[in-house]
Design a protein around this ligand. Structure first.
Ligand code: IVH
Length: 712
């Protein structure tokens, strides 16, 4: 993609822009604009395609802001392939018109074991009139489990993105494709004589990103995504590209569908092999399966089988969901000779991994009430092993899920672990019904307090509207003390439940007037653990107010928004005087949160509760930690940049970073010429090597770092 000489030049030029060097300031602004566009595209490639940034996030942002400023001053310079135009407010909201693919997007035939693969190899040889003993070279790569897309480039510009649809016609979703950072807006196809190109690929989300999104959604009381595939395909079809952007989707490209020059002549024949096409695409800046690890050119079918089995074994450790491997005849002339059926190419086959699925009986449905009253149905199933874990409970998400899947009590159900983690019901197996199955009747009243349930328009969940519902109160108390809220160590959900059952805790203020002598006498406690709990609760009283705000379980008031809100306040009770309009000046706080917060502070019982908390010593006044961090101007590390790598043994990564900030340093995220100090824990890897290679980075052990900042 970029030669090392080019990369050096791009890096040096980036530094010149970052330091506002006179050499770049003197350039005509049109040239600065071209250069900044190029530089940002280069750093996006390093970040999103190589996963190996050479600028810190802050430096990247600075370059981006310089381009934005230039474009703001000279709007005529804005081009559609500018990195600032990934989400363009001028683009109409896409309503997904139907478009015809330039060539049909075929499917793949399936194989399930080594024998199937050997049989496929024989078939291909018969078709090509080859002898049984000759070998065919195959290209083997992961079969990504996401949503397929087709991208059209014309004159080097991305002009269209579409979903697979029925293979002939797809849904156009260019605006959404543009916000996926691993899809280049511009790629130099013209340099290889290609004018109009269609690429095929798969849109995915990392498994860890999927879990994180679900964690955040759970915290905000939103319905959860069933698996990474749905998160990716659903993301692709969202109406607002800005929403798509925050999902962090990625696109792997796995083949060319079509390529012609300006005169319309086929250019695919210039590529001798599939391997060559992927290498070319990698060179042009696309994310393709990595040659070193994710794909392999195999000299014969035995090598193919070995590579497939090796991947099947290691699939859990891979960052993305993969449901098999794709085996392709590498040579394109041979591919053409083998041809295709109307359904699939004869020169390729999917090797499907053994499904991590099991069948079990759906015994019962219980209903859990969340902290804001949403009712989640949970299936209790006959315990069954699935990929090494015993499963007995599975979320059914909401009423529509039960209806859409036609689930009944007593049904045999097919289950799998979504994202290799969360158990999920794929479907019921109606053929196995005995006639004794019973319908699942969703409750009309709250199972905890008996209040009629409500369901807002367009909402998936039924809710119990009774704010005093005992189940909700319990969940709110559990959440209040949890790690992400007030962080009271030693007060897990079971202990809260016990205190609630004993009648000791009925409201949040009750937590702060517990009788520790009585706790010390409880079974499982003692003077020591009661004292530890007392200390943890005392400590929580001094929390910054963003934690308290978050701990109140106000719908949509997540961690981040609580911090933004706290930064605007001196005292929590000021919010009594706020109206939804008061929020409008805070960037990133939307009208829904504004309304929810205003409604919460309009209720006298909530105000009384907060006053009670304050009287018990809980802090309601903004602290230093509620203010956006101001730079520390004194300390042993003032002006230094620092990065931690490897496993630290004496503190968490977060504590280490906080210590570094307190000592005046700035944490950065990548090893670059800008890094001053690298602190290495155990099992430090590539970052250490890179820092050593640079030769300019000071390398400290964890102990050396602590001695420096704490003097210990
Ligand atoms: S090649 C003509 N390669 O699998 C070749 N497909 O049934 C057809 N898929 O939905 C596809 N990873 O989106 C190919 N490395 C890969 C793939 C892949 C995932 C999907 C594809 C389609 C399905 C084919």
């Amino acid at each position: 993609m970029y030669s090392s000489a080019q990369q050096k030049e791009l890096f040096d030029r980036s530094k010149a822009y970052l330091s506002h060097a006179s050499s770049v300031q003197a350039l005509p602004y049109t040239e600065q604009n071209d250069q900044l566009r190029q530089l940002i595209a280069y750093h996006e490639w390093r970040y999103y395609i190589l996963n190996d940034p050479i600028l810190s996030d802050e430096e990247y942002d600075l370059l981006y802001k310089q381009l934005e400023a230039l474009e703001a001053a000279h709007p005529e310079l804005v081009t559609p392939d500018s990195p600032t135009q990934r989400v363009s407010s001028d683009l109409p909201e896409s309503d997904f018109p139907s478009v015809a693919h330039l060539t049909p997007m075929l499917s793949l035939a399936n194989s399930y074991n080594a024998e199937d693969l050997l049989e496929f190899d024989q078939q291909v040889k018969r078709m090509l009139n080859m002898s049984e003993t000759e070998d065919i070279v195959y290209a083997v790569e992961p079969k990504f489990d996401g949503g397929s897309i087709a991208l059209v480039y014309e004159a080097d510009q991305l002009v269209r993105g579409a979903t697979r649809g029925n293979g002939e016609m797809g849904e156009e979703m260019t605006a959404n494709a543009r916000v996926i950072r691993s899809i280049p807006l511009r790629a130099a196809f013209s340099e290889v004589g290609m004018y109009r190109v269609e690429l095929r690929g798969e849109v995915l989300i990392r498994k860890d990103k999927f879990l994180k999104i679900n964690e955040e959604r759970a915290e905000e009381g939103l319905s959860l995504f069933a698996n990474p595939r749905n998160t990716a395909t659903g993301g692709l079809r969202m109406k607002d590209p800005k929403e798509v952007a925050v999902r962090g989707l990625e696109a792997f490209i796995y083949t060319f569908g079509y390529a012609v020059d300006a005169a319309g002549n086929n250019q695919l024949d210039t590529l001798a092999t599939h391997t060559e096409s992927l290498d070319l695409l990698a060179n042009l800046g696309f994310k393709v399966p990595l040659a070193s690890k994710e794909r392999k050119r195999c000299g014969n079918i035995q090598e193919v089988v070995a590579f497939c089995l090796q991947w099947e074994k290691g699939r859990e450790a891979y960052a993305y969901e993969v449901d098999g491997m794709v085996v392709k005849v590498d040579n394109r002339r041979l591919q053409e000779r083998a041809g295709s059926t109307s359904h699939h190419p004869r020169w390729a086959i999917a090797y499907k991994f053994a499904a991590k699925q099991a069948t079990t009986e759906l015994l019962e449905v219980v209903y859990q009430i969340g902290k804001i009253g949403s009712v989640t149905p949970v299936a209790k199933v006959a315990p069954v092993q699935l990929a090494g874990v015993m499963i007995s409970s599975i979320s059914l998400h909401n009423e529509d899920f039960i209806r859409d899947k036609d689930l009944r009590l007593g049904d045999q159900v097919l289950i799998e672990r979504a994202g290799d983690v969360i158990p999920y019901i794929v479907k019921s197996l109606p053929d196995l019904r005995t006639g004794r199955e019973q319908p699942i009747v969703f409750p009309t009243h709250c199972p905890s307090c008996g209040t009629p349930l409500e369901r807002g328009e367009g909402e998936a969940a039924w809710r119990c509207p009774n704010y005093q519902c005992p189940a909700q109160v319990l969940q709110r108390i559990i959440f209040h003390v949890s790690k992400s809220a007030m962080d009271i160590d030693g007060m897990g959900p079971q202990i809260v439940e016990r205190f609630v059952e004993l009648g000791w805790v009925k409201t949040l203020p009750d937590i702060y007037r517990l009788d520790y002598d009585k706790i010390a006498e409880l079974e499982g406690f003692g003077p020591k653990s009661a004292e530890n709990l007392r200390q943890a609760i005392e400590k929580a009283k001094h929390n910054p107010i963003h934690r308290l705000l978050h701990s109140l379980s106000i719908h949509h008031l997540g961690k981040k928004v609580s911090q933004l809100l706290a930064a605007e306040l001196d005292h929590v009770l000021e919010l009594r005087h706020w109206t939804p309009e008061t929020f409008t000046h805070i960037k990133d706080i939307g009208p829904t949160v504004a309304e929810n917060v205003t409604a919460y502070f309009a209720r006298p019982e909530n105000i009384a509760m907060l006053e009670e908390l304050e009287a018990l010593g809980v802090n309601l006044r903004a602290t230093e930690a509620d203010r956006p961090v101001a730079a520390v101007t004194e300390g042993p590390l003032v002006g230094k940049t620092i990065l931690f790598t490897g496993t630290l043994s004496r503190m968490s990564r977060k504590e280490a970073q906080e210590k570094a900030i307190a000592a005046g340093a700035k944490n950065i995220s990548a090893v670059s010429g800008n890094l001053d100090i690298l602190v290495v824990g155990e099992k430090a890897g590539s970052k250490l090597k890179k820092a050593q290679a640079l030769g300019t980075v000071k390398i400290y052990t964890e102990d050396e770092f602590l001695a420096l900042v704490d003097g210990q």
